[in-house]
Design a protein around this ligand. Sequence first.
Ligand code: DGI
Ligand code: FE
Ligand code: FE
Ligand code: FE
Length: 187
Amino acid sequence: MKIDDAIEVVKPHLTQKRFEHTLRVRDTAVKLAEKYGESKLKAELAAVFHDYCKYRSLDEMERIIKMDPLPKDLLKFHHELWHGPVASILIEKEYGIKDNDVQRAIYYHTTGRANMSKLEMIIFLADYIEPGREFPGLQEVREVAETNLVHACWMTSKNMISFLMSKNAIIYPDTFYAYNDLTIRTN
Ligand code: DGI
Ligand code: FE
Ligand code: FE
Ligand code: FE
């Protein structure tokens, strides 16, 4: 699918704010892809679709998780964790986008996982550092993202877990697996 068509497809599914976030994730992901030698086209496509299912009804997402080869344990965790896995399935069903690299980058953009590919790290990081975001410690991550992709992802993962723990949130195993793996890869 051409990227301009992808943007048109995604737009009606998102709020204006979320759509603008998506476009900034796209720009950020393209820059990271160029810097770190990843396919710009794959980065763009994954970025444009990463939040495609953010506003699906919980019933619909639950049905897709139950029917498709997705881990059922997702249903025991916060529904914020569902939109990436569900989007990775629906883009293939609805638009025939069958590209494992792109689908995995969308799937894992919220939690990360152990052994993330370069493309997965680019989407995970771009979602966090896009210029519309403001969290404590974000400026430092943006600086590291200029020179060290793995280290910037590790910082993202660490910040995310600290934030979730400060809220007493229940943390999905892949979120921890990402942190452990990135710690080994970067320290
Ligand atoms: O969709 P976005 O808002 O652009 O960002 P996202 O998909 O990266 O994250 C969505 C939310 O999910 C965000 O508030 C952080 C949260 N999150 C990430 N990992 C976990 C998590 N929430 C819980 N409860 N557990 C996790 O492991
Ligand atoms: Fe998301
Ligand atoms: Fe994220
Ligand atoms: Fe996002």
